[in-house]
Unconditional design. Sequence first.
Length: 157
Amino acid sequence: MRNGVTGLAMFMMAAMPAAADDGPAVLRVTGNIAGGPASFALDTLRDLPEATLETSTVVTDGTHRFTGFLMRDLLDRVGASGDHVTASALNDYAVDIPVSDFRDYDVIVAYAMDGAPLERADKGPLWIVYPRDDHTELQDIRFDYRWVWQLSGLEIR
């Protein structure tokens, strides 16, 4: 605690509309979370513990190194409670993902691939990435639909 403010409270205060020096909001989290809807700038999301993952994807060639944060860390930080997350993208794609995916696997929200920031024109600025090469069950097509690129929103239900 800093000056009587918990880590969750500090993170949620940073989640309010992004200040000019933090950049524009890139992710909105709604639904069953502590403190109500929150919007996050990329710089704020980079304050979460960094996670890296090397894996192949069905939409790129070869294996790539993804850098971001664990989805479960974000859900914990916002005080999420629910069984499902509806992840939505800038192009209006949306898919329901069981929260158990984020507890059972080290699913990350990537903001960089192979050391380069993910750009909006190429799956960025945020991309949900599963550790598919580490678990044969994640190579099932049902999981491929959960790799949301251009991630812009999460609704916790």
